[in-house]
Design a protein around this ligand. Structure first.
Ligand code: XMP
Length: 318
């Protein structure tokens, strides 16, 4: 549209003016906000933009690779793919408390990002996908005032690193960011991607995070994503995902007793994540998701559907 294309032109012009011959770094998560920032700035700066993608070992199945390979193929982006899975998972060993998980992941992210960014000697700027709601602090995960669950992103980086900030999406809401993304020609799988928390699957595995639990959750979550997409519910809901519970229950398979994990299915409608309600999915779809998870994911013999609204519950379980 006209307004979005002029928005893009203006950002490109502004960034060129501001940055001059300097280099810029940005953290790329694969979500729509940071991907739109990366593509916008790449238009203005080409190879003088450095994107750092940190794989923390807590991403969904093939998630990182999909976005990264798309961007490399189509935009010739200067991309630093940091494999830090072992570091994160080692530090999370034995940790069960949700706030401890969040803090470990947040600190480790900053450490890994800083180390990588410090290798780029000529960088003077940090670009971030801060949106208007983050600025007015109604959704607090990216802002300084998260009180209910501690958050993580790169908000704490600039003072320590002496980088100046570029925040081209500061005046936009999520739906406008999506429009910019469409105008930039980004594919549907990026534009319509559900929000995914910085701490990733760590806060969707209740209790300790182990390689086996991650593997179970990834498989179950893939089924949820695929079935939401196939039924066209994916775009109607705010977010839909699987949660792995730290308990086992009894089941039966053939004439054998089983004793295996429970998966909780969480699907919600929301406008801004401040409030949310569970989505009234058709029972046929629920049945299909449940049957597929129990039949296809080894180690799971029960699926439950979360029917809590926010408040008093939250969207994520931790
Ligand atoms: P809750 O669970 O508080 O989540 O209802 C509200 C929205 O925020 C997402 N979320 C996060 N996003 N870092 C983020 O960037 C985080 O630490 C984080 N925790 C929750 C959640 O997925 C939902 O969309």
């Amino acid at each position: 549209s006209w307004s979005m294309s002029s928005f893009i032109e203006n950002v490109v012009k502004d960034v060129k003016n501001k940055v001059g011959e300097d280099e810029v770094v940005c953290a790329l998560s694969g979500g729509v906000d940071s991907t739109v920032v990366a593509v916008l700035l790449h238009k203005a700066l080409g190879k003088r933009l450095h994107c750092i993608f940190v794989d923390n070992g807590l991403l969904r199945l093939n998630e990182g690779e999909e976005v990264v390979s798309y961007l490399q193929k189509h935009f010739d982006l200067n991309l630093h793919y940091v494999q830090a899975q072992d570091l994160f998972l080692n530090r999370l060993k034995g940790v069960e408390d949700p706030e401890k998980k969040r803090k470990i992941i947040g600190h480790t992210f900053i450490e890994v990002f800083e180390k990588e960014a410090n290798k780029l000697k000529k960088v003077k700027w940090l670009a971030q996908g801060t949106l208007y709601p983050d600025v007015i602090e109604s959704v607090s995960y990216k802002g300084p005032s998260a009180v209910i669950k501690s958050h993580h992103n790169v908000g704490g980086l600039p003072e320590k690193m002496n980088l100046k900030l570029i925040e081209p999406l500061r005046e936009l809401f999520k739906d406008e960011v999506r429009k910019v993304g469409i105008e930039l020609g980004l594919p549907d799988f990026i534009i319509w991607r559900h929000p995914f928390p910085g701490p990733g699957l760590a806060i969707r595995i209740i209790g300790e995070i182990t390689p086996n639990r991650l593997d179970i959750l990834r498989q179950a979550d893939k089924i949820v994503q695929n079935e939401l997409l196939a039924s066209d519910w994916y775009r109607k809901v705010w977010q839909g995902f699987a949660v792995l519970l730290p308990l086992k229950t009894v089941g039966v398979m053939g004439d054998e007793r089983t004793y295996e994990h429970v998966i909780a299915l969480r699907v919600v409608d929301s406008i801004d994540a401040m409030t949310a309600d569970w989505t009234r999915l058709p029972s046929e779809l629920l049945a299909k998701i449940s049957n597929r998870i129990i039949n296809e994911v080894k180690g799971v013999n029960r699926v439950v559907f979360d029917i809590s609204s926010k408040p008093p519950s939250t969207i994520e379980w931790e």
